[in-house]
Design a binder for this molecule. Sequence first.
Ligand code: UDP
Length: 239
Amino acid sequence: KSLKPRYRRILLKLSGEALGGQAGLGISPEAVHDMAQQIREVRELGVEVVIVIGGGNIFRGLAGSERGIERATGDYMGMLATVINSLALQDALEKLGVATRVQTAITMAQVAETFIRRRAVRHLEKGRVVIFGGGTGNPYFSTDTAAALRANEIGAEVILKATKVDGIYDSDPKKNSKAKRFNQISYLDALQKQLKVMDSTAFSLCMDNKMPIVVFDFFRPHNLKRVVLGENVGTLVTS
Ligand code: UDP
């Protein structure tokens, strides 16, 4: 079996919940360590890796606004949460000997670099993993949108969306034992069938720019590597 990666440069989208481990809340050092381990595996294949992290394990703007916090304020709180997560992942990666940089969409000079596209690309060329915190830097957006935006900007070949399920199904596999997984699906089919791959803003950005998305189960050991090696894991969304 050849170990030639299918992709040269990937963007990995991690939800905040993933860092929270089983409970999906707060930060579980074990969960973060496991993720870092998988990221190291693909770095060892020579793949350039960019990561966009969510913040749902700490705070979501929408949930805050339902409890009386102004939406935009809650969204800024959510963006700050993604920076906390970025630092946690950076720490775990560096402990495994993986060189990293964090860049944020909201300037925080004492904590991380500010997002500068050309600088991010340079880090990648030098073999560093670049973690983008702070989402897009704008309220009313999501970290999935940040993933779609950054993937296009830095020339990633694919967005690998880490989830707890091994791809996209025609119905909820938890409720329907006969639910069928798609190996591949087109953007239009996914829209027509109302399969919620990402929020509509993020999804449109991918579709309009023909950015492929792979939805896969990141909680299985070595699964990220398997996706990168082109094994039949998860669901590929493409035109
Ligand atoms: N957020 C935002 N703008 C962005 C990205 C994120 O306002 O560009 C806020 C928003 O409130 C969101 C929170 O940050 O609820 C956490 O991000 P997200 O919900 O995407 O995280 P995930 O669901 O991936 O954990």
